[in-house]
Design a protein around this ligand. Sequence first.
Ligand SMILES: Nc1ncnc2c1ncn2[C@@H]1O[C@H](COP(=O)(O)OP(=O)(O)OP(=O)(O)O)[C@@H](O)[C@H]1O
Ligand SMILES: [Mg+2]
Length: 477
Amino acid sequence: MTTNPQSKYTKRDILTSPYQSNSCKILLFGSGELGREIIIQAQRLGMKTVAVDRYENAPAQQVAHKSHTIDMLDGDAMRHLVELEKPDAIVCEIEAIDLNMLMELEKEGWPVRPNAKAVWITMNRERSRDMIAKQAGVKTSKYVYVDTEDPAAFKNAVEKIGCPCISKAIMSSSGHGSYSIHSKDDIEPARLAAIKGARGSGTRAIIEEYIDFDTEVTELAVRHLDENGKIVTSFPRPIGHYQLDGDYHASWQSPDASEYLPWKPEDIGTKFKPDEDLAKKAEKKIYDAAGKITGALGGLGVFGVELFVRARDGKVEVLGNECSPRPHDTGMVTFMSHMIGMNEGALHLRAITGLPIPTRINEDGYRVIDPLMPASTHVIKAGCGGWDPEFRGIWNAGNTPGTNIYLFGKPNIPYDPKNPKDVHRRLGITLAMGKDALDAKTKAEAAAHKIEMRTRQFKKWIAQDDTLDARKKHVLR
Ligand SMILES: Nc1ncnc2c1ncn2[C@@H]1O[C@H](COP(=O)(O)OP(=O)(O)OP(=O)(O)O)[C@@H](O)[C@H]1O
Ligand SMILES: [Mg+2]
């Protein structure tokens, strides 16, 4: 076993066809839509692909050469598959995974990417926040940790940070277990939400100062090998996005970031005039923060670094929020904005398997990856739960030049029978290119809102406009 982590990472100069003994084999733990893109990209390069998930026919399983269905919290099952498949790279696409086993496998020399520690840190908000604020030294909102089973301590913590603030269960994602606290009356509901929304048995929460940011961005920093075999960090241009109910709703990217940086999404194209100088300052700070955060995590691959950006009196401030050690949902815009073979799935694949990632050195010395054109995504969300979703309006939505529909092929939308419309599952996205980010955003949004869905159990067609606040933060009201 080697003690130098750098030496594990070697450049790959030979590729083969998938069905031969020396093919490069990728094993995915977690087979969602982001994993599906990694698999598609791997197959374009003749690699062998194996997709694992906890349910049959998960999106990436549908396109992989081979699939397995196991509970990934069962370490023995994980070990069985790794020893059986002998992969050249193990991709961790989900957080609900047996971390101890992942660490053990890595210690034995199995190629966990980006690395087991990065997965361990980022799956937990306390470790993640400490890493960003203390280890990486990137500014964040003020925060404290608290035990959700102690109401008095929870109230004290909120008072310490002050209102408005946000509470989040330490182990949670996609807005589950999070609550915006505006007044004293919100404290107890916030504590109960943190208990209810926690993944696993954790009883801790983080209380964070509310940041009145102008925009939030995802920086898809990618750690990869350069021509000398040395790890370097490259930066796709920042991705703008907004969230509704704690979940990503639309994202955009353009070769000219001053079209949207650092402004509020709802003001793009109306209230503000592009300021190239300010946008450049923002971009530099974004790369700087993302470089520090991914440097603290280490390993190879794409990281979705979530950052808050605000501009005041000609100065820009960038604050760290969280980071995923894998491609990011908002990064699906690169399926359209980037060159074929260079989208976020492809960048992750290239990085973890030691393939080249060509970049441009910008005027500040950062290695950047430019999009080809302005593009945007908009989610296609489930309006109800149930099996066998169907989508209607494909001609209406998809017959516009520059517009594309991606459906993830999820077979089922789990739901609570008492509340079948309270579902938060993303079933697809629309993608659009445009003359600028706003134009792309408008097209993607228009298309997504023309698509209706239904399931085997709920036969009435539902459009996004049938849900409350459907046009919040949208361009088209
Ligand atoms: N301190 C804060 N101030 C202002 N807004 C915040 C703050 N923390 C979170 N938000 C908003 O809530 C969203 C979700 O928060 P966060 O990313 O921390 O949680 P999440 O549930 O892990 O989301 P996901 O896993 O889907 O990325 C952020 O993208 C941002 O829009
Ligand atoms: Mg987030």
